[in-house]
Design a protein around this ligand. Structure first.
Ligand SMILES: CC(C)(COP(=O)(O)OP(=O)(O)OC[C@H]1O[C@@H](n2cnc3c(N)ncnc32)[C@H](O)[C@@H]1OP(=O)(O)O)[C@@H](O)C(=O)NCCC(=O)NCCS
Length: 177
């Protein structure tokens, strides 16, 4: 979605399409922070301005969304959300990164997640919303369960995290449920 005027507002955050002006040292720093990417495959990569521009460009001309999460309080960027839309199936797979660790545990992630999820599930063309996370990502599991998503399936011992095989949990919520 290219329109610059598009935005979604929650109680605590504003979501806007990610723009090249959002790529700065702080943003690149989130992606290179081992604590932020601890449970993501991004931890195997080193990010820089170029890799961020390439990632942003991968959304252009698609149905998918890449949005910056800003605090309503002071407009400070604190993270990003992604949504991969399969138009022919009426499904959306969402992801989130609250990159500014100083605001973790304050409800911003929950608000960003709920705001984007409810916007999609309010659309007639979307049947189902999905997301996945490692079983050791307790914050993400809590966030998905509290947003009304249900555990759909488990891929046992799917990835190695800090030397141990970990399950990946897949959650879902249906339109109208
Ligand atoms: C997971 C993440 C999105 C949570 O964002 P957040 O803004 O800290 O979440 P919230 O403050 O809205 O928290 C949601 C709930 O989970 C809890 N929570 C957050 N992190 C937690 C943790 N590590 N362990 C247990 N509970 C946790 C919060 O305390 C809150 O519950 P509460 O209100 O009962 O206290 C954020 O930590 C993050 O972006 N992590 C790095 C990237 C990532 O892992 N993304 C998901 C990949 S699948």
């Amino acid at each position: 979605m290219a329109e610059n005027s598009f935005f979604l507002s929650g109680d605590k955050v504003l979501l806007k399409p990610f723009s090249t002006s959002d790529i700065n040292d702080d943003y690149v720093g989130w992606l290179n922070d081992p604590n932020v990417v601890r449970f993501s495959n991004q931890r195997f990569l080193k990010h820089d301005m170029e890799s961020c521009l390439r990632y942003q460009a991968s959304f252009e001309g698609t149905d998918n969304l890449f949005m910056i999460v800003r605090r309503l309080l002071d407009d400070r960027p604190i993270g990003t959300v992604t949504a991969y839309v399969a138009r022919h199936h009426g499904t959306v797979d969402m992801g989130i990164m609250i990159g500014d660790r100083s605001v973790w545990g304050m409800g911003y992630g929950q608000d960003a997640w709920g705001t984007l999820m409810n916007w999609f599930l309010g659309r007639e063309d979307i049947r189902k919303l999905t997301a996945g996370t490692l079983a050791c990502n307790f914050g993400m599991i809590k966030l998905m369960e509290r947003s009304g998503m249900s555990l759909e399936t488990v891929r046992k011992a799917q990835e190695i995290v800090e030397g141990h095989p970990e399950d990946i949990l897949y959650y879902a919520k249906f339109h109208g449920s």
